[in-house]
Design a protein around this ligand. Structure first.
Ligand SMILES: [Fe+2]
Ligand SMILES: [Fe+2]
Length: 283
């Protein structure tokens, strides 16, 4: 079974990102993966998402969409908040275009059980001995730099001090329920936007004003899920860093982020796509 993974396409960040998305659709139509997973940060706006997902109409694969933090932004849309996007507006656009909304909607494909969630961050990827308090992270601002989720994500009735823990717990509970319903004998494939792995972050312990932002890279809290459930593969995104390694829990962890043009190391959408797209052959 052929599974393709990609994340952080950021369709609305540059015309080249959109070009790359079109190239991916063409390549998928030609090479026919059985499953295509997009692990979050597709775009901010629902209309851009709608047009973007439509490009894959002719592809008969199981097309899986996972929301990322950028997908929950409400910067450019009125009458919209992040909770509404998460619970209704995003699933509606995804399903209307023939894509599969995986969160609370796990699916069996052959020998595999596919589970997913945005997951979130809770500052737990920060290293021992960092100089910050929880209140510092709740501000999502350090010096002149800001973590923009603090400005553009809006969850009604949540305070800045608790919103990240509330989201972390909500996504954890949903994942736990989905994982615990895995049919006997199926292998678990897990997809999230946020990663769980401290070992992916290289802190120098010197430039804390910069390293402060490591707080928003994911959460190690979710690793208990890997200890409790035998997850064969975890595909995730957000870090804009390609990786493929086996965690100490025995889970293969893969990341395949397109990211921003300035991160590509090339001006060619074709080259970036071929460098990053993760094509896995599952038995
Ligand atoms: Fe991203
Ligand atoms: Fe992200």
């Amino acid at each position: 079974m052929k599974l393709w993974l990609i994340s952080d396409v950021h369709l609305d960040s540059h015309p080249k990102n959109l070009e790359l998305w079109g190239l991916l659709a063409k390549q998928a139509l030609r090479d026919k993966p059985d499953i295509l997973v997009v692990a979050g940060d597709v775009c901010e706006r629902l209309d851009v998402l709608h047009e973007g997902l439509k490009i894959f109409n002719a592809l008969e694969a199981l097309k899986i969409y996972i929301p990322g933090n950028h997908d929950l932004w409400c910067r450019q849309e009125s009458q919209v908040d992040s909770l509404k996007k998460l619970e209704k507006l995003l699933p509606d656009v995804v399903q209307a275009n023939g894509w599969h909304w995986l969160s609370q909607n796990p699916i069996v494909m052959g020998d595999y059980y596919l589970v997913g969630s945005a997951a979130w961050y809770d500052y737990s990827l920060m290293p021992e001995g960092h100089p910050f308090q929880t209140e510092d992270f709740a501000k999502k601002q350090r010096g002149s730099r800001q973590w923009m989720d603090g400005k553009w994500c809006h969850f009604p009735d949540q305070s800045s001090e608790t919103v990240d823990f509330w989201l972390r717990d909500r996504f954890y509970q949903e994942l736990y329920t989905d994982l615990s319903r895995c049919p006997f004998g199926k292998k678990i494939l897990l997809f999230t936007h946020f990663p769980f792995y401290k070992e992916l972050l290289n802190f120098t312990h010197k430039d804390w004003d910069f390293e402060y932002f490591g707080a928003f890279m994911g959460s190690s809290y979710y690793r208990s899920l890997l200890r409790e459930f035998p997850v064969t593969l975890h595909g995730c995104g957000h870090l804009h860093r390609v990786c493929d390694f086996v965690s100490e829990e025995g889970t293969r962890v893969v990341m395949a982020p397109i990211g921003y043009l300035k991160e590509w190391g090339t001006d060619s959408a074709e080259v970036r796509l071929q460098n990053v797209l993760m094509r896995l052959d599952l038995e």
